[in-house]
Design a protein around this ligand. Structure first.
Ligand code: AHR
Length: 497
């Protein structure tokens, strides 16, 4: 089969906001306790942070991490997590039916972020709490000193403010499972007032209002429209969440799921712009896709866990090769929409539906999805270009005209690098790619990275890394034409400079 592509320097979709390569750490399962933090671990530093995990996070070059939830945040009292650790209360977390010991809170997480070379995307509790507590947390985190909450932070040993710029106004407030869930009108007003008060302190903050928990919610679209109608001038982003799975074991249909992400993004852009028109506003609301991933492998085992324990192994999906291919397609979808998606968080980062896994007391290892995420984060900086693609297509159970070739191209003018990300969705045949790169005279192929495996269900463990990339791809550049054979069911990163 064949596919052609034309890449032009002038076909710029947008500058890529590096925050699209963000991730997420929730107080859930072993993400924090046994994940980023384990006091007695052989690699723990003086604060109990696992160095083996930090090394892997640094390898991913994660620019921003959403924290502390998720469903958890909707019942969280941030005050429980600051001050002397031995005086912090143990609380029941109703979202995940666990016990939260509060050994890690805002300040320790800010320290971890500094060590990981990332910044915080802080979520506030708009479930059981409201604008006042959000305002107080903001003062605690960002004000230099000389006020009650900033001085409280200083008394906790943190003289320098954390200067958090990006804030989520609650989490999945439309979900009936959410503590303190709300109607769109109730939430829209609270988001507006919280946003307004936070911006009274600092108008440069970037605030994310909750969109629907997923595209399948019965209130989807109406929710976004109502929330934005009520909060438009006080927020900057609307959030999107989605998780995919292959329960039916239909890989062709599964790999087409990124078309659903495309459609989801395009629908939310349309709604945001409808409200912009309605308000005759000059301001554009952008999108924060602050939860996305594959999540289904652990659904059954989670039902068997005992409630009310500390850090049980919840949501520990073990990802296989086909999951990595879909994650690659989803990253491409984000890049194709880089003009409106300015923040995105792979949910999550460690142990909980995560690219990085640990054994409590043991080693840390990379899941299959680690690789496409790392490649996009490390090589997908600069501007996103719009390639003109012609590809053979197929139909699947839920999708028609699914292109075998899914691709995005990023160009970093400053560094003089061009990167082609490409997935061949065809499960049985290779794709012969012919790409017109006439404008990139003098460029050559640096490397053609390939992630492939004969077994779509192959997965990694601590002991054996069955799915890992190699650099033996066939890409060649000759007279301005790039040719490459994209193996059946493969993730490809063709780096040129
Ligand atoms: O990421 C896991 C959970 O999925 C989050 O806590 C919640 O926001 C979503 O439903």
């Amino acid at each position: 089969k064949k596919a052609t592509m034309v890449v032009d320097k002038e076909f710029i979709i947008s500058e890529i906001d590096k925050r699209i390569y963000g991730s997420f750490i929730e107080h859930l399962g072993r993400a924090v306790y046994g994940g980023i933090y384990e006091q007695d671990h052989a690699t723990a530093d003086e604060q109990g942070f696992r160095q083996d995990v930090l090394d892997l996070v640094r390898e991913l070059q994660v620019p921003i991490v959403r924290y502390p939830g998720g469903n958890f945040v909707s019942g969280y009292n941030w005050e429980d997590g600051v001050g002397p650790v031995d005086q912090r209360p143990r609380r029941l977390d109703l979202a995940w039916r666990t016990v939260e010991p509060n050994w890690i809170g805002t300040n320790e997480f800010a320290d971890w972020c500094r060590k990981a070379g990332t910044e915080i995307n802080m979520a506030v509790n708009l479930g059981t709490r409201g604008p006042e507590e959000a305002r107080q947390l903001l003062e605690y985190c960002n004000h230099p000193g000389g006020s009650y909450f900033s001085d409280l932070r200083i008394s906790h040993g943190y003289k320098t403010p954390h200067n958090i710029k990006t804030w989520c106004l609650g989490n999945e407030m439309d979900g009936p499972w959410q503590m303190g869930s709300k109607t769109a009108a109730e939430y829209g007003r609270i988001a507006a007032e919280t946003g307004r008060m936070m911006k009274m302190y600092d108008s440069s903050l970037e605030l994310v209002a909750c969109g629907s928990s997923n595209r399948g919610m019965p209130t989807f679209a109406e929710w976004e429209a109502t929330v934005l109608d009520l909060s438009y001038e006080h927020v900057d982003f609307i959030s999107l969440h989605t998780y995919y799975g292959n329960k039916e074991n239909d890989p062709g249909n599964y790999l087409a799921r990124s078309l659903d992400m495309d459609a989801f993004i395009e629908s939310v852009v349309a709604i945001a712009d409808y409200i912009k028109a309605k308000h005759r506003s000059k301001k554009t609301i952008n999108l924060s896709f602050d939860e996305w991933n594959v999540w289904y492998h652990s659904h059954e085992s989670d039902k068997k866990l005992e409630p009310w324990t500390i850090a049980p192994p919840q949501l520990e999906d073990h990802y296989n090769f086909e999951d990595a291919l879909l994650v690659g397609c989803l990253l491409i979808s984000l890049l194709k929409h880089a003009d409106r998606v300015k923040i995105a968080c792979l949910a999550q980062l460690v142990n909980v539906i995560a690219p990085i896994m640990t054994e409590t007391g043991g080693g840390a290892w990379k899941q299959t999805i680690f690789y496409p995420y790392m490649h996009a984060s490390v090589y997908g900086r600069g501007v996103s270009l719009k390639p003109v693609i012609r590809s053979s297509k197929y139909d699947s159970k839920d999708f028609t005209d699914v292109p075998h070739l899914e691709s995005a191209v990023t160009y970093n003018e400053e560094e003089g690098t061009l990167t082609i990300f490409a997935v061949n969705r065809d499960l049985s045949d290779a794709l012969e790619l012919d790409c017109d790169l006439r404008q990139f005279e003098g460029y050559g192929v640096v490397e053609h990275i390939v992630l492939e495996h004969d077994d779509l269900k192959a997965a990694n463990t601590l002991q054996e890394e069955r799915v890992k990339p190699h650099t033996g791809g066939s890409a060649k550049l000759d007279g301005g034409r790039l040719s490459a054979r994209l193996g059946k069911a493969s993730w490809n990163v063709i780096r040129l400079a």
